[in-house]
Design a protein around this ligand. Structure first.
Ligand code: GLN
Length: 202
């Protein structure tokens, strides 16, 4: 049997698109930027990058992508969101700006800019369910997950420091989110986990 190469789109409206494209290619996926509904139709899965969730939300609406993406998510398209992408895949938000919407998909409540000022940006090693060894995680004005519903599985929590115990990685079916940015460290294991989810779900 020839292994099929999945095509994974990276939502290319704002944020660290190039880093995700590179990480996806490094783990053997075909990776393409997605900015239009017809580009969305051509992908097996979607990555929503880190960046600024309020800006990505506005651009999703300006590019008429909100309903097409929601429809694909409802139909079971795998998606991975890092940081701002985690915010966009949350069913509920704390700390949203006025009028800010999410795409939704994961039964969880996410708090924006959760790691207060003194830890606006920080790094720590995490144990992540499904990944062998620890992963060095970089958090940049990151959200955390306040609460998850029954269908959502917690994959990682911060171990020490002021944010000890906070949930920073979650999976619900084919949807994966992390508060941190694996795309900036050169460690491709989270992208590999996601591409494995994409392969499984085909
Ligand atoms: N604080 C940003 C937001 O609310 C997310 C930060 C990030 O993606 N690095 O969108």
């Amino acid at each position: 049997m020839t292994p099929t190469v999945p095509t994974v789109g990276v939502l290319a409206l704002q944020g660290d698109v190039r880093e995700h494209l590179a990480a996806l290619r490094a783990v053997g996926a075909e990776a393409v930027g997605v900015r239009r509904a017809r580009e969305l139709e051509a992908v097996d899965a979607l990555v929503i990058p880190g960046g600024e969730s309020t800006t990505i939300d506005k651009l999703l609406r300006a590019f008429d992508l909100v309903e097409p993406v929601r429809e694909r998510l409802r139909a079971g398209m795998p998606a991975y969101g890092s940081c701002a992408g985690m915010i966009l895949l949350a069913d509920r938000l704390i700390g949203a700006i006025e009028g800010q919407q999410t795409l939704g998909g994961i039964d969880m409540t996410v708090r924006r800019n959760a790691f207060g000022r003194q830890v606006d940006s920080f790094e720590t090693d995490l144990d992540i369910a499904g990944i062998a060894g620890t992963v060095h995680a970089v958090f940049i004005r990151a959200p955390w997950v306040e609460q998850v519903g029954d269908a959502a599985e917690v994959l990682a929590r911060v171990e020490g420091g002021p944010a000890a115990g906070r949930i920073v990685a979650v999976r619900q079916g084919p949807l994966l989110v992390t508060s941190f940015h694996p795309e900036v460290t050169g460690d491709t294991r989270v992208h590999r986990l996601f591409v494995d989810i994409v392969r499984e779900s085909r």
